[in-house]
Design a binder for this molecule. Structure first.
Ligand code: GTP
Length: 330
């Protein structure tokens, strides 16, 4: 949800329909609600509702359609333009949506996207901080997570990977299996991507800032879980800054904290290039001086990226292990 023109359909078309950012200006206003069904991991289907943001539609969602729109919500994603100080009407709509959400889906998680960060003149950190403070105030005691996003860089993948991660009921089991596979491969890290969106579903290492809110008994994140509201920001400015150096200290390979979302963005762009020359993307292998990496299909709906910093590990061995692990993940 979010005001008309804030960028909801653009991000949906980028992530879920693989359209380039440059074509989003052609998108028309969404009329009422557009629904998308995205198959994630076998039987898990993401049911995505893009709610047109014009006032007439918002009024209708909050009156006659309230029980339809806000029932059985797993996650509310509310999009705000970062540069425009939200008008009081915008914030009123947001507050009313929160109220309806609490009534019909009290366990739903709330993610707020401070969008169009590319329009902010650097340094962007303080602008995002200000916006997050404004939104936190408007949210009262509802637990929220704020991301700074833009369709022109990887920040959108970071936000959406995190959002999708909270909806995957067996994410911790996946992490455990990936950790086991990483062990078998002598890999530094393994990352699991959804096939079409290339969003990160799980990784072998539980990054502190990736920890989703504690699940409620219904397996949905609970607003009453006592995780503080988090601000996960654009680029490398992040309120998790106090956590990241700790991780880097214990990380001999100095892995880039933006590696997940950057891989999503790069591979998707590469897949689009393949399509343009009528080729299909299958797999990727890299053997460089200090690391070896394989990106390959794991199941029908997933790709896996295995990265090893052990010079004795060859890509053929990684590929064989991926093949052997397939059955376990299907
Ligand atoms: P409704 O369907 O009316 O609710 O609007 P919407 O929120 O779906 O907006 P839409 O996705 O149609 O985007 C409106 C405009 O914002 C388009 O021209 C996009 O190109 C532009 N836009 C979307 N995301 C970004 C972004 O991250 N940065 C910039 N600069 N422009 C963006």
């Amino acid at each position: 949800m979010g005001a008309s023109g804030s960028g909801k359909t653009s991000m949906r078309s980028l992530i879920f329909s693989n359209n380039p950012a440059s074509l989003t200006h052609r998108l028309g206003a969404t009329i009422d609600v557009e629904q998308n069904h995205v198959r994630f991991l076998g039987d898990l289907i993401l049911n995505l509702w893009d709610c047109g943001g014009q006032d007439a539609f918002m009024d209708s969602y909050l009156s006659t359609q309230q029980s339809t729109i806000f029932q059985h919500v797993g996650v509310l994603i509310y999009v705000f333009e970062v540069e425009s100080r939200s008008s009081s009407r915008d914030l009123e709509y947001y507050a009313e949506c929160l109220q309806a959400l609490r009534k019909y889906s009290p366990n739903a998680a709330v993610f707020l996207l401070a969008h169009k960060m590319d329009l902010v003149r650097p340094p962007r950190g303080p602008v995002l901080e200000r916006k997050a403070a404004e939104l936190r105030q408007a949210s009262g005691d509802t637990e929220i997570t704020v991301f700074g996003t833009s369709i022109y860089d990887e920040s959108l993948y970071k936000a959406w990977s995190r959002i999708v991660h909270t909806l995957i009921p067996n994410a911790t089991v996946l992490t455990k299996h990936l950790a086991k596979l990483a062990d078998a491969c002598n890999a530094t890290e393994i990352v699991l991507f959804e096939r079409t969106t290339f969003l990160v579903i799980a990784t072998s290492s539980q990054h502190p800032s990736q920890t989703p809110p504690a699940p409620a008994p219904s397996a949905l994140p609970s607003p009453s879980a006592s995780t503080p509201s988090t601000l996960s920001s654009f680029g490398s400015h992040t309120s998790h800054a106090s956590v990241l150096p700790e991780e880097e200290d214990s990380d001999p390979h100095k892995l880039d904290p933006t590696r997940y979302e950057r891989t999503s963005e790069l591979i998707k762009a590469f897949k689009q290039s393949c399509t343009r020359v009528r080729e299909e993307f299958h797999a990727l292998e890299m053997e460089l001086a200090d690391f070896t990496a394989v990106l390959d299909e794991l199941t029908k709906n997933t790709y896996v990226l295995v990265v090893a910093h052990d010079p004795t590990v060859e890509t053929a061995a990684l590929k064989m292990n991926i093949r052997l692990a397939r059955k376990k993940f299907e």
